[in-house]
Design a binder for this molecule. Structure first.
Ligand code: SER
Length: 320
């Protein structure tokens, strides 16, 4: 049977890049992008979908004969802190709708991302382990710890083939930043190109786990393509790309753009960043399905500039 893939939250940071890649893998017409907002620039099949509404989700699954879901809709860490109950409701309602639909429609596979936000001050800072203590300090992290437990529960109780990654901060050029604490590392590139100066909301020495979009996408498709018997973690896999501080990123950008300048005005996001690890031990992902990141800091910086310069007009038009 042909796979029919539904991407939920297709206009978000990962969805914007993943939906076109899935179209390349599964062919146009077999990937249905969906989001609560209309896409700015997407040529494939698109459904307007509010995933908090179970009936609407079911209707899209029925209409297209969906066999797999990538559920990428979520309220991230910094945005979630502005209205924690709203963030919890959206993150949990969409999750439970997707898991229930997976059971009802007997889907082949489901991808549900988690995040380094599941970690907190008690998790350990350096090479944080897969089974570290999960006591997060943000509502986003709390919702992702619950997400991981629900994924594991649906797998063990109903046999759903749920797979998940704890994404580090994702650095991408396909979309604008969207409410995360790690988003400074995306925004800084846009400010470097257009303002030549960036005011960073984190301190210069704040080490955080990050991953370049190419690596993040490859991790996602490699995990989803791995044979089911190789998947030993049904909550969510630790995943590492690279780790860097704002100052290290600034130096990397400055080596290409010597006139670039930065200053630092830490805000509430500093506390969030301080509660997260600086680096992640992803040895179980490496062992189970052969994970290996490719991008280091300077290669990432060069690739970001290359793409952003090409996409200047698309990215800087107002969102409708
Ligand atoms: N990028 C996320 C955030 O900052 C963490 O995974 O909220």
């Amino acid at each position: 049977m042909k796979e029919k893939i539904l991407v939920i939250g297709a206009n978000g940071q990962i969805g914007t890049a993943l939906a076109p890649l899935l179209e390349e893998i599964y062919e146009e017409g077999n990937v249905i992008a969906s989001d609560i907002n209309n896409p700015v620039n997407y040529a494939g099949v698109f459904e307007h979908l509010d995933a908090t509404k179970a009936n609407d989700l079911g209707a899209v699954i029925r209409k297209h004969g969906i066999t797999q879901i990538y559920h990428l809709a979520a309220i991230l860490s910094a945005k979630g802190e502005a209205d924690p109950v709203w963030a919890w409701n959206i993150n949990m309602q969409t999750l439970l709708n997707v898991l229930e639909a997976s059971r009802e429609f007997k889907l082949d596979k489901v991808f549900i991302p988690s995040s380094i936000a599941v970690f907190g001050p008690s998790s350990g800072k350096v090479m944080t382990q897969q089974n570290a203590c999960l006591e997060p300090s943000t509502v986003y992290g709390v919702s992702k710890v619950a997400t991981e437990n629900w994924c594991s529960y649906y797998h063990h109780k109903y046999g759903i083939d749920v797979r998940s990654l704890r994404y580090p901060g994702v650095i991408s050029h396909q979309s604008m930043p969207g409410g995360g604490t790690t988003d400074y590392a995306v925004d800084i590139f846009h400010k470097a190109l257009y303002n030549r100066k960036y005011t960073c909301y984190l301190k210069p020495d704040t080490d955080l786990p990050m991953i370049y979009i190419d690596d993040a996408l490859r991790a996602t498709t490699e995990l989803m393509e791995a044979p089911a018997e190789k998947i030993t973690i049904r909550s969510s896999y630790n995943l590492a790309g690279l780790s860097f501080t704002p100052n290290e990123l600034f130096q990397s950008i400055k080596s290409i753009m010597p006139s670039f300048d930065i200053d630092y005005q830490p805000d509430f996001r500093q506390d969030i960043a301080d509660s997260w690890p600086g680096s992640i031990d992803d040895s179980i992902a490496r062992r189970d399905w052969g994970w290996q990141p490719e991008f280091d800091l300077d290669r990432m910086t060069q690739d970001m500039f290359l793409h952003l310069l090409k996409r200047k007009d698309v990215l800087h038009q107002p969102v409708k």
